[in-house]
Design a protein around this ligand. Structure first.
Ligand code: TYD
Ligand code: MG
Length: 446
């Protein structure tokens, strides 16, 4: 018996079924199935020959600079020839702006191709004017057909290709609509083959869906070499470019930008920026030294603790893990005797930043404790350290560069895990090693 030609595929996770389903049994999404065609013909494979490791040249080491330092850093030091980079983010966050600015630098290599399925050349021109990008080497292509794009790319042989966005591109070989999982996967794969064959770096822009995932994400994230997320609060001017996967560099590396009237500006000293509006002598605010990739970042963590008017008190965590906050509240309750059971507790990382390392534990505890006791923490002090369930403060990685960053910004005192303080060289500021949460709070508040 032959397999049916049509199958149904979940548009949020890629699960396939021979019948239409209302709810995806894999990811639980409702009404997410769309018709796709099963690929019955096996694609003709181009075969490769094995090469000796010693014969491989260092061509991937020749990175190209976008001339945007923060962008190069996130990519792991520049654009690698033949690499495929996916840039995801909310609509309107500035993905098109970032890439147009990057093309300005990359156009020095020769012709670069900017494929836009969303905007007309006039619209892009208006943006380019704002960004002061004026180069005869940036070729605009308003096109949504994959076959058309590949044939143009073969003609002009560009140094870099940008696809804005993958959701608007479709291949005539597939019957499904642009933006469906099948189309996204197929188009991205064919573009990738082109990029690898010609050694052309390829940037693919992908919009994020409401659920916070790039449409067709699972399939795309595996195909591409590098996944960058462009994130930030649309209300605030700061934007963070974060590497979540990188075959050519470290992950978790970030680049910090500010959106201005004339495009994205690099932020050289993000710690200063994130601390610039820190209130002085206000309870519930504390500085922590976090590490993003290889870069130390000082951020302010705030908390507000107030009596709840409802039976079940509210717990809100913005920028830190919700479950982690609940765990730390339990530690405060049980080990320190702070009765927070009837309190609403809000925790926030200032500047729209997200921190997901346990080094921020101590800062979350200090902020909650400070708000609960209504006792401000000295604004020249920073804290970090992982908190265990018995209230002990555990050592974390790379304490020294965190402390150096704090010293650079003029902070005077650091409360850190005893394990980290033991083997620390001279840092120029007062460093206090503490054993547990109780000891830390004692020092902070008395
Ligand atoms: P855009 O790059 O179009 O976002 P995306 O491609 O991610 O959808 O950015 C659009 C937003 O950026 C829009 O709200 C206007 C703002 N913007 C500026 O503030 N300054 C600028 O110089 C530019 C070009 C855009
Ligand atoms: Mg755009």
């Amino acid at each position: 018996m032959s397999l049916p030609k049509i199958l149904y595929q979940c548009q949020s996770c890629g699960y396939t079924s021979p019948k239409w389903l209302g709810k995806c049994p894999d990811c639980g999404a409702w009404n997410s199935f769309a018709e796709e065609q099963r690929l019955t013909k096996l694609r003709k494979q181009e075969t490769s020959k094995p090469v000796a490791l010693s014969d491989i040249s260092h061509s991937t080491a020749n990175r190209h600079s976008t001339e945007i330092k923060e962008f190069d850093r996130t990519l792991g030091g520049g654009v690698v020839p033949g690499s495929v980079v996916l840039i995801g983010g909310d609509p309107g966050i500035g993905k098109s702006t970032l890439l147009l600015q990057a093309l300005k630098g990359l156009a020095k290599l020769g012709k670069v191709l900017y494929v836009s399925g969303e905007e007309s050349p006039e619209q892009i021109m208006i943006r380019a004017d704002r960004l002061k990008v004026k180069s005869g080497d940036i070729m605009l292509l308003p096109e949504t057909s994959l076959e058309g794009i590949i044939s143009v790319a073969q003609d002009i042989n560009p140094q870099v290709i940008v696809i804005d966005s993958i959701q608007t591109i479709f291949s005539i070989e597939l019957p499904s609509a642009p933006g469906s999982v099948g189309q996204i996967r197929d188009c991205a794969t064919k573009l990738m083959f082109f990029a690898k064959k010609h050694g052309t770096p390829l940037f693919i822009i992908g919009h994020v869906t409401k659920e916070g995932a790039i449409a067709g994400p699972r399939v795309l994230e595996h195909i591409v070499d590098t996944v960058l997320y462009f994130e930030g609060d649309k209300g605030a001017p700061f934007r963070i470019l974060r590497a979540v996967k990188n075959r050519f560099g470290p992950t978790n590396e970030i680049g910090v930008f500010e959106m201005t009237e004339s495009g994205l500006k690099e932020v050289d000293n993000p710690s200063q920026l994130f601390l610039s509006e820190k209130p002085v002598k206000v309870p519930g605010s504390v500085i922590t030294a976090s590490l993003e990739g290889t870069r130390p970042l000082l951020v302010e963590i705030q908390s507000l603790v107030s009596t709840s008017n409802f039976g079940v008190p509210r717990r809100t965590a913005l920028g830190v893990d919700y479950n982690r906050v609940n765990l730390l509240i339990a530690v405060l309750d049980k080990r320190i005797g702070m009765h927070l059971g009837s309190m609403d507790i809000f925790v926030n990382v200032v500047g729209g930043l997200k921190i997901d390392e346990p080094a921020a534990d101590m800062a979350i505890i200090a902020a909650i404790g400070s708000s609960f006791k209504n006792a401000p923490i000295d604004s020249g002090t920073f804290v970090f350290g992982e908190v265990g369930l018995s209230g002990e403060l555990r050592a974390i990685s790379q304490a020294e560069i965190r402390i150096k960053e704090a010293a650079k910004l003029g902070l005077k005192r650091g409360l850190i895990p005893k394990g980290n303080a033991k083997n620390l060289k001279e840092t120029g500021i007062e460093v206090i090693g503490v054993k547990n949460v109780e000891e830390a709070l004692e020092i902070l508040f008395f």
